[in-house]
Ligand binder design. Sequence first.
Ligand code: OVV
Length: 403
Amino acid sequence: MATHALDHVRSDFDPFDANTRRDPYLTYQRLRGVGPVVRLTKYDIWAVPRYAEIKAVFADHTNFSNAGGSGVVNYFKQAPWRPPSIILEVDPPMHTRTRKVLARVLSPGAMRLLADEFKRKAVTLIDELVDKGSFDAIRDLAEVFPISVFPDALGIDQEGRENFLTYGAMVFAGFGPENGYFRELMKQAPRVLAWIEAKCRREALAPGSFGAQVYEAADAGEITLEEAALLVRSLLSAGLDTTISAIGMALYNLARHPKQWAILAADPTLARSAFDETLRYDSSAPYVFRTTPHETEIAGVRIGRHEKVLLLVASGNRDETRWERPDELDITRRVAGHLGFGTGIHGCVGQMVSRLEAEAVLAALAARVASIEITGDAIYRDSSGLRALSSLPVRVTTKQERR
Ligand code: OVV
């Protein structure tokens, strides 16, 4: 228990600052050294930098609520910019009901039905890019592949798919403070939100699709029709920008570590664990908030009521007390237990779709490409909620050329 009133430390660290975002890892290391909970003075929020406490908070949904919002905005005090998610931004018992529906729709059995199609589409796209030799790993690959497979699985048609990128950008910009980037994006809100709403309607969803299955749960009386529309919205919100960012960061980090790429190229069956290791090493969803519904504590530090608590997932994933050689990318390590998808009742419900997509892309690329050379600047996206690139020019050398 807390023994002193001033047993926590303060920092002026700004997790949302564009410059911090480029390389936050030294700062994370310093924060881990400072204590289990740090007060971030710029936003008057708590930050949790170490693996053990992040995991403990993830496991404790009673003292650390999701109903206060998963971004910096405190829904206990301030209205959210969109109607809250009925799976991410709620607690049990509501969450238990909605989670059950999406967990069933995104089950291992559902993944088996998608696997061949994802692999086939990945091989086609990779063949095209590898034949070109030089391409942009983000614009031509990370942003293209998920858009080519996930909306199909969801059951929506081709019309207006570019709106996904804008909507995803809005959702994840909305995790951070209301800055110029967010305001700029929100200028497109009326058009994009109307498009999203239309795509969540039952009539817009192909028979048998993920979206149609959510509505079947409404027919069965598990959820209401309004809730079905909002759960489809969750799939639209969380299903694309996340995977796009994660695949982009995986490509970037594997390209930056040629020895690791060589290991993958020699054995493309490592694609799935390589993806998970990149999620540990450089998490594309680097943090998430909880909010305290009442006074509580973290590692003996008193946390007041209605406080925002920032879980520094990407820092926990580099915690030297949890990982050997935490700052080394090692695609052969035992990476289970990383926090890149979160953990606990809100742990990513779509993580198997994400792995299926990433595995398809990385395995197809590793089957043909001996090495990847970064030929220009890696440009970070100006997103508050996701760690992602907007551009990464590369040139690939095929295994044939190498011989
Ligand atoms: C995990 C996540 C991210 C963004 C949005 C949502 C979920 C949602 O449920 O809307």
